[in-house]
Ligand binder design. Sequence first.
Ligand SMILES: *Cc1c(COP(=O)(O)O)cnc(C)c1O
Length: 356
Amino acid sequence: MKQWEQYFRKVVPYVPGEQPNKPGMIKLNTNENPYPPSPEVKKAMEEFKMDQLRLYPDPSSTVLTEALGEVYGLKNEQIFVGVGSDDVLATAFLTFFNSTEPILFPDITYSFYEVWAALYNIPFETIPLNEDFTIRKEDYYRKNGGIVIANPNAPTSLNLGLDAVRDILEHNRESVVIVDEAYVEFGGETALPLLKEFENLLIVQTFSKAYSMAGIRIGYAFGAPSLIKALNDVKYSYNSYTMNQPSLCYGAEAVRDQKYHKEILDRIMKTRTWAAESLRGLGFTILDSKTNFFFASHREVPAEVIFNELRKKDIYVRYFKKPGIDNFLRITIGTDEEMKAFIDAVSDIIKEQKAF
Ligand SMILES: *Cc1c(COP(=O)(O)O)cnc(C)c1O
């Protein structure tokens, strides 16, 4: 080991889902939206003046926060934006979690939480989910340095009711509670109505899933002005210009086109209904998804086998080799055509494996 290497920050990084790029593949592994972004975004792209790129972007991202504020009924001082919700969440961890008490989050949830906690030396404790993968709210009624709940949770796809979220907030008036709503538009319940009551609540959402813009990297947070100011102070302490000019402009267009937004959500939820039925018919247990993915386990064929067999056919889903969930697949809901092809392939695999 080189002398200086002892001073490196040692981290075990988060592993994102693979991004294969094969013609004809069916990609259901990273919860991307199968439909294109709003046509208003396309128009904005065509009209974007390249000369704007000479200038630094507005460091306060006003065009985007104003559009979000109009649509979600909030003031600019209640909105923070970042380079995907990963950036927003990482900034929130760095900003809010400086207690010596551990922060709390479920043992089965978005695995990035643990990575940020380790990166920033934040003590943390993971709380086991119930057997049925639900969150037990009472487990969060204890001393802590902060709480993070993904709602709906990933990769379980389950929603925690608004009353339970309120109860967790009621019992944690001394901590910042982050609710990560990456999937909330697909049938979950947003904590937005609780913002008026709780100054310690930070809601984080993203353009990556419901707005079909994973590639542009926009995430945002809603919270009391005191929380948003604290986030901005930290942001301005390491990079004032996180948001580039085109994404500010395209993001504003996407969020203003709520009609299109609702249309594609509706389409995905319809696909979810029939696809869940078909998969259950093939012998899968599917949790009650309020997201754009299924968390599914087959009664006879191991998840890892199905995962590998699908991969051979250039169909990609997500498999986590992790105790407690290692017999489950996380399957993103694609278009009707993609789901039909996926279900046909899975049906063949199951038949082959059972004959084996
Ligand atoms: C996808 C996802 C995110 C991150 O999304 P970004 O693309 O960084 O906005 C955050 N939390 C959860 C639970 C997610 O599934």
